[in-house]
Design a protein around this ligand. Structure first.
Ligand SMILES: [Zn+2]
Ligand SMILES: [Zn+2]
Length: 425
């Protein structure tokens, strides 16, 4: 998996400082550098030219009643039952190849910078009757014309970040999601709560597409620190106690590793990207990973009947977090080379050099059931990964035995769970 490991363990008689690029920056400079927008790089154009804003008809009969059929993962015309699908972006945009040759920051057009002043409201002219129809793209990407009942879609890029490069369609149906939630709640005895039982009806389980940025990257990470190898161990009596001593050789340890990551999944909405355990939003992190390889070209028809949440984070906002995640992946990569330090290694300096990265924005499908707990005034969620069925929730605590379950919710699985490591060629 990892290549290019450099092992240079030297006795620590003359401690060396970790090697860095230049003189240390002040805190202000560090923060400014972290906040700085990346250099504009090459773009991958992802607009689906075969679709227009507004009316998009079934290729067979011309009806606009088109939606996703989760059981087949295809779009279906509700009038003539014709089924079809968009191309997978993996092949269409060449996202599976060339990760080890990435240079600079490559951003797909749907992951471009968001204009914060841009209006979420998009007005479409109905191609059926000419009426003006309003879509609030913060929450939906379709609307029905109230005069002629045609379904209208937002397919062209909007400056507010609402139209991504790709969409991973729902695969689990609502009934299947309800079953998963029922099972989850059953195990945690939630159905013993009369109020939960009363309010838990399938209509309250909602399908939502959440915004993510999916990143491929090529990186080199270096670590330097101190490792200890035990040479002797003995015990001495000290009054009534026995004290254990040890002697160890101390080494300066330097490691560096080059690697690539394929499809690292990062939250594209600030609300969800907060890993503060006092919020229950991070529940969605616990149902990663998604099979992002199966995402298809943007077509708003996949969103009919679902709500969506628009992206509000840019590549620049997420770059520092990408570096953190790459450092943690690198640490696990060099771990295997540290066996001889039986008393452990303490890292004192680390650095990552991102040689190249490629960013694609994507909507990922989640079934959510929310439950308001009256006494603590807290909203709890049970979320189901609508591709894998993975289910996790923050549950209302009203009995002691539920507390343990609720605590596990604070454990967030780092985005690393969504990463697939690939060796450089
Ligand atoms: Zn049709
Ligand atoms: Zn109309």
């Amino acid at each position: 998996m990892a290549q290019d490991d450099q092992h240079t363990d030297a006795p620590a008689a003359e401690p060396r400082k970790p090697v860095f690029d230049g003189p240390p920056l002040s805190l202000e400079e560090e923060l400014a550098a972290a906040r700085a927008e990346p250099e504009p790089g090459p773009t991958i154009e992802t607009v689906n030219e075969s679709l227009a804003d507004g009316v998009n008809r079934c290729p067979k009969c011309g009806s606009t009643d088109v939606q996703l059929r989760a059981s087949s993962g295809m779009l279906v015309c509700l009038f003539c039952r014709h089924q079809w699908q968009e191309e997978r972006v993996e092949e269409e945009l060449g996202l599976g190849v060339g990760i080890d040759e990435l240079e600079g920051t490559v951003v797909a057009s749907g992951a471009g910078e968001i204009d914060e002043g841009a209006d979420d409201i998009v007005t479409l002219t109905c191609g059926g009757c000419g009426a003006e129809v309003v879509v609030d793209t913060a929450h939906a990407m379709n609307a029905r014309c109230h005069w002629c009942r045609h379904t209208l879609n937002v397919n062209k890029r909007t400056p507010n970040g609402a139209v991504p490069d790709a969409v991973l369609p729902f695969k689990l149906t609502r009934d299947e999601a309800v079953e998963k939630i029922r099972e989850f709640a059953g195990k945690r005895r939630l159905f013993a709560h009369p109020r939960f039982r009363k309010e838990f009806v399938p209509e309250n389980v909602l399908g939502v597409y959440l915004p993510y940025l999916v990143v491929d990257a090529r990186a080199e990470a270096s670590y330097s620190g101190v490792g200890e190898v035990q040479t002797r161990r003995w015990t001495e009596k000290s009054g009534d106690n026995t004290v254990t001593y040890y002697a160890a050789d101390v080494y300066r340890v330097d490691r560096s590793v080059s690697f690539t990551v394929d499809d690292l999944t990062m939250e594209g909405a600030a609300d969800r990207a907060q890993f503060d355990s006092s919020t229950t939003n991070n529940i969605v992190n616990t149902i990663l990973p998604f099979d992002t390889k199966n995402a298809v070209r943007w077509n708003a028809s996949y969103l009919v009947g679902f709500t969506s949440e628009k992206r509000d984070l840019d590549v620049g906002d997420l770059s520092p977090k990408l570096e953190d995640q790459l450092l943690s992946i690198g640490r696990s990569q060099v771990h295997g080379s540290l066996d001889r330090f039986d008393r452990g290694v303490r890292w004192e300096g680390e650095q990552v050099d991102v040689g190249g990265s490629r960013w694609v924005s994507m909507y990922l499908p989640v079934w959510i059931y929310s439950y308001y707990q009256e006494n603590t005034k807290m909203l709890h969620y049970i979320a189901v990964n609508a591709r894998t069925g993975e289910t996790m929730g923050s549950v209302p605590v009203s009995q002691w035995r539920l507390i343990a379950a609720a605590l596990t919710v604070g454990t967030f699985l780092e985005g690393i769970a969504g990463a697939i490591l690939v060796g450089t060629a």
